[in-house]
Design a protein around this ligand. Sequence first.
Ligand code: ADP
Length: 650
Amino acid sequence: MADADKVPDGADDAGTVPRHALTAQQVLKRVYGYDTFRPGQRQVIDSVLSGRDTMAIMPTGGGKSLCYQIPAAMFAGFFGNRPIGMTLVISPLISLMQDQVEALRSVGVPGAYLNSSLSPERSAAIMRAVRERRITILYCAPERLARREFRDLISSMPIALVAVDEAHCVSHWGHDFRPDYRQIRDFTDACAPHAVRLALTATATVRVRDDIISSLQLRRPAVFQTTFDRPNLWFGVRKLGNREKDQWILDYALAHSDESGIVYCARTKEVDELARMLASHGVSAAPYHAKLDADTRKATQSDFIHDRIRVIVATNAFGMGIDKPDVRYVVHHNLPGSIEAYYQEAGRAGRDGDPGRCMLLWNGSDVNLRSRFIDMPGDAPRGMDPEEADGVRRTKRAMLDFMVGYCGTTHCLRGMILRYFGEEGPESCHNCSNCDGRFEAVDVTDIARAISRCVHDMRQSTGRGTIANVLHGVTARGGAPTRGSARDHSALPTFGALKRQPIGLIRDVMTQMIADGYLAIHTSDAGYPLVVFGPRAAETADAGFAYSIKRDASSSMPRSGVSKPVSEAMEPSDQGLFEQLRELRKQIAREANVPPYVVFSDRTLRDMAQAKPATDEEFLAINGVGEKKLERYGGRFMDMIAAYGAEGKE
Ligand code: ADP
């Protein structure tokens, strides 16, 4: 039985409670072993501790969990603070709960979770532990909020904090709406009215943000948004045919067989086929999607986090439940529906701060598939009126446009992502396939100029199709222009200006210009998407204006893997010790039945191999070592380090 499945009795952990209350900074160091907060963590934690409703917007891997875990421990009186109550964490990611609880236990904080994967007996035992105040943090899925016994339990308890993870799921305007999230507000009002409310998300659009505040009824919330930049991630885009995509992934996985990776596919069928193909060529790979039974999914996930399987091939819907800090690469086998979805999925690489690589493979049939997803009638959320559903569909189409623009841009990919999230974004990051310069571009300056002039001619009041038609010299119905009719644009100066260019190219350039900010889409009063000028429109009239889009990108992931230099920087002797420490970690993880990274991260082991701590104090100074871990593992690791040193001297 995994450690996390046991209900803690609390006594084991009481020993670490100090006489004086710890500050958040001290908890960070003494419990988690980290020296500094990541950007935004400190502000969010201070805000929550001051009792204010708070919204935290941070990228995937930004460290959101600590933003509620540290206040939770402090609110529970766990570190000598005045006890206020328990923390409830609402999360849609059932499969993550166990990981989180295991990680909490490993640092000595009693957490537990309630979700559909537990037997009735287990649930009852956990509810008892909650009632007896032995639990500091309780994770639950939103479905649970409707249950009578759960509501009664929570109502009877002092609840200090309600943290809503993946808070964008409450909004129709996000990329992952979940109807159950709509209950959170009523639940909190009724069962935990005095609790501080904390919403956490990696989605930053203003509309979703406003929706979260009103749907969860955050009261005068403090809103913190950190940069979305993840400098340790390399981004790449490549246009490939379906068969070439598979070959590319196979080659990559074989060349990086000692690394963990995730491959996202759009559909179950592709997941199964690709996983089978990879496995048949000797890649340690397994599929993961909704149609597999719960036990298989659980086993696969456990194999992945324990490094028994190196590559997970998953659908995007269920890939969300796959979490592991040392995933070194994420490949998208298909185009995602939005930058948000893409960044969330790709962001699962390199959460530990070490280098990660994110490659997006795409082609035209992906774009068609995504468009079809948007148009499917079942895609509109239940109970939405047709007008609102239309609006949602338009938003999704705009998101997809931007995603296609990301694939075709010749500008810095990181810059483009950051601008999407409302940040300035660099002109060049030197860590993406465009900045590496490995692509072929087609000069489309004249086309872009003509499009811009045409938008002006049309007074920014028509859609894309009309603009492409006018430039190409056809009327709306494709017949000869009839003078004097409402649709007659043949007298315009730009009519037929691009009659030699394929209409598809004109459209592609327009899509690209929208994504790059030269044009924008504005919804008319009647609900039609109109092409208007974007913030950079004026530049197209500059004498020096030059514009290009990608032909077929010939970029590829850096061959050696960006992660290599980090370990190469180690002395060879340290490298030897590092390998031994990894073995020891593996052994300890097996004994305790926890994933290796729960014991220590690679980074912590690397620090250890270099610093060679010999005393408790030195061991505690290693990044990622807290008191509980010193107590549990310090002896064994220091013994190994000492033995290694002695060997070297002989
Ligand atoms: P998110 O939920 O925002 O995607 P997580 O909370 O899972 O991110 O954190 C990602 C990783 O970063 C975890 O492995 C976590 O232990 C680590 N981490 C979080 N905060 C810090 C910190 N201040 N210093 C070092 N590592 C941290």
